[in-house]
Design a protein around this ligand. Structure first.
Ligand code: MN
Length: 136
């Protein structure tokens, strides 16, 4: 179980995303704009952030850049969610520091694969430390 921050302004998208994250066994922290999301990321230290790119006011890419520049939140993986299947959006999300990029509408298999991939390194790193295996 992990805490997953979902930053999404569209109520229908928020409902679907929250449902999928919840079904994967995780806890959802919802935020309807970037400013709320930034506050929650700092205060709650989620294991993962799902970031809508198009948000009112500050957009998801600007919010990602702020999170990745702050040592307190830089290590939190961020999945960019874009409604536009545009190559430019993907490149811009990588430049901003996003760890993965998913095009909406969300497909649960893709979301789960990406989430698992980004949540995995932390738990396996923890296990290898706990197991005391010295040789990488
Ligand atoms: Mn949006």
């Amino acid at each position: 179980m992990a805490k997953v921050l979902v930053i999404e302004d569209n109520p229908a998208n928020m409902k679907l995303t929250s449902l999928l994250v919840h079904r994967a066994g995780h806890v959802v922290l919802p935020a309807v704009d970037a400013e709320t999301g930034l506050r929650l990321a700092l205060a709650e230290q989620p294991a993962l952030i799902l970031m809508d790119i198009q948000l009112p006011g500050m957009d998801g890419l600007a919010a990602t850049a702020i999170l990745k520049e702050d040592p307190a939140t830089a290590a939190i993986p961020i999945i960019a969610l874009s409604a536009l299947a545009m190559k430019a959006d993907k490149e811009r999300s990588q430049t901003a520091g996003c760890d993965a990029y998913i095009v909406k509408p969300l497909r649960y298999k893709e979301l789960y694969e990406v989430m698992e991939h980004l949540l995995e390194p932390q738990s396996s790193a923890h296990q290898s430390t706990a197991g005391g295996l010295g040789e990488r």
